[in-house]
Design a protein around this ligand. Sequence first.
Ligand code: 6PG
Length: 248
Amino acid sequence: MAEGDRRKVIAVADAGALATRAADRVLARIAENSGRIAICLTGGSSPKQLYQLLATDAYSSKIPWDRVHWFIGDERFVPVGDARNNMAMARDIFLDRLAPASHIHPIPTDIASPQQSAARYEDELKSFYGAEQLDAARPLFDLVLMGAGLDGHTASLFPGYAEIEETRRWVVGVPKANVEPYVARVSLTLPVLACCREMLFEAAGTAKQAILTRVFSGENLPAARARSNGETVWLVDRAALPEGFRGN
Ligand code: 6PG
């Protein structure tokens, strides 16, 4: 079994503990790489506390900001001034104050269509990576942060949608979301998200327990199919942990 086929589940007490564990993993991945580092952020509400922690002196002083590049795994196709824009949330909380502007890589939404946005972001990722083809032995990202929706989606890859099967394109436009906000999305595809040293999911709260039960039982859902070629880790708080599941 390849390393990426395994999923490690770490159970923590609550959302606060989860954010601390996630922030510590961000620092650990950064510490492992003495060269250029790429981190792929995620949207939704789950990473908010993590981003707030990264903004504190305790964490920000340990990040070599001049060596870290920040990407985003999916975007809602709304202007940056819209509160629902994923990268805008990360920028407001920590990036704009701490990261060099040229190291912040948002998915563009000031463009005619999600498809054009996807094509442009794909070009940006390829130029950053320095190749047209991904090589699992040379990860694109050091760390990819992820969340899971109540329908089992991850990034903006929704259950039953064709985009989940995409293997050629790096980034896709998704005309309509399966869940709120019902706006068009732009999403990295599974093979691109997988090209990382670590994929780190955060899930907290009782509302997530039912979908995590389905994901961990191996149902064919995007959140279950999303795996790293390296390490895949789920940080789950007690309220979201499926019955009888203790972590591994
Ligand atoms: C988005 C996301 C999405 C998110 C999940 C979980 O744009 O909404 O990137 O995949 O991670 O929906 O969202 P919550 O963290 O809000 O539960």
